[in-house]
Design a protein around this ligand. Structure first.
Ligand code: SER
Length: 323
């Protein structure tokens, strides 16, 4: 993608994905070309406090407009958003942040000719969607406010592409497993928490049923997917918002088996959270990501075994614990 010398803006930069996407982009295009932004301020010890950082509320059009013009932004990775479980606690906040934020970002992108990355989700599907190998193009009738904002967001991004020629691209991301920053209140968070608890306490109480199958992806694959999609030749993209992507389809019963190969004494038990269980039960059990594979060469590098080994080693080092 031709973004010339214009800078890149990442919103929600202190979140789970932003904390790692910003350093990855800085390594790729140079630190001076990536502006991180968030509604929170980075802690002094955060790597993000070293580079360009702007305090911004994405629901405030003038703040975004000012930032984009001041830094000559040519590409926006709009990661600021409320996740599924928190969204059910605060539906009006989820709507304001997810829809209000995206709409304003799209308007600024249109006015300043920026390209845009939008993260959609497995949450954009609902109970009437085929649940096994969910197709790229299928029924999308989600029942969470999070999912509603993701479907509406996909449609709005496609509208801006068709109507105004804004180069918008998106991924339907599964649960993301990572060790740098925690996820901010999603239904798939168990798959991150379980590693912290395995290392610290050798046991974990899971809030989803043992047989709840959901798609997951390790962060290095997520970063590669985002960057590959944004660098793909536009003529190859028959879809835009948003591509199904996945790396593994796993249950809370299968993850401990992989962890026990490294931490043999690890045990899991279950105390079901009815809200998050109902959300998970309405989502796909596995996605068909063949459109992403065909149109821009998507292929994950980490399966369950490879992710578990790397995650345990790196998280233990980060926490200063023995495995
Ligand atoms: N990880 C997200 C959530 O659980 C799904 O996109 O809300």
């Amino acid at each position: 993608m031709d973004v010339n010398d214009r800078r890149i803006l990442v919103t929600g930069a202190l979140g789970q994905i932003g904390s790692e996407l910003v350093p990855a982009l800085r390594a790729r295009v140079g630190p001076a070309r990536v502006v991180a932004s968030d509604i929170r301020m980075p802690r002094p010890d955060s790597p993000l406090s070293e580079g360009l950082f702007e305090h911004v509320d994405c629901t405030e059009l003038r703040q975004i407009q000012d930032l984009v013009r001041r830094h000559d932004i040519g590409a926006i990775y709009h990661l600021a958003g409320v996740l599924s479980a928190v969204g059910e606690d605060w539906p009006h906040v989820a709507w304001d942040v997810n829809m209000g934020g995206l709409y304003r970002i799209l308007e600024v992108a249109r006015q300043n000719r920026c390209v845009l990355f939008f993260p959609s989700s497995i949450g954009a599907f609902g109970p009437t969607t085929p649940r096994e190998r969910t197709p790229q193009d299928t029924l999308q009738r989600p029942q969470t406010i999070y999912g509603i904002t993701k479907v509406a967001g996909e449609l709005l991004c496609d509208y801006y592409a068709r109507r105004f020629g804004v180069d918008t691209r998106g991924l339907r991301l599964p649960g993301i497993i990572s060790y740098v920053a925690p996820p901010g209140g999603g239904t798939t968070d168990y798959a991150v928490e379980i590693f912290h608890h395995a290392i610290r306490y050798r046991r974990y109480t899971c809030f989803l049923r043992a047989d709840t199958r959901l798609d997951m992806m390790y962060m290095p694959d997520t970063l590669r997917a985002i960057i590959a999609l944004m660098e793909a030749e536009p003529v190859r993209l028959h879809h835009r918002n948003a591509f199904n992507v996945t790396a593994m389809s796993i249950t809370p019963a299968e993850l401990p088996q992989a962890i026990r190969r490294h931490v043999p004494e690890f045990v899991i038990d279950y105390r079901i959270d009815p809200v998050r269980q109902a959300i998970a039960d309405s989502w796909p059990r596995s996605l068909d990501d063949s459109a992403a594979r065909a149109q821009w060469g998507w292929a994950p590098a980490y399966d369950l075994e490879a992710m578990t080994a790397d995650m345990l080693e790196r998280l233990a080092e980060r926490l200063g614990n023995e495995l």
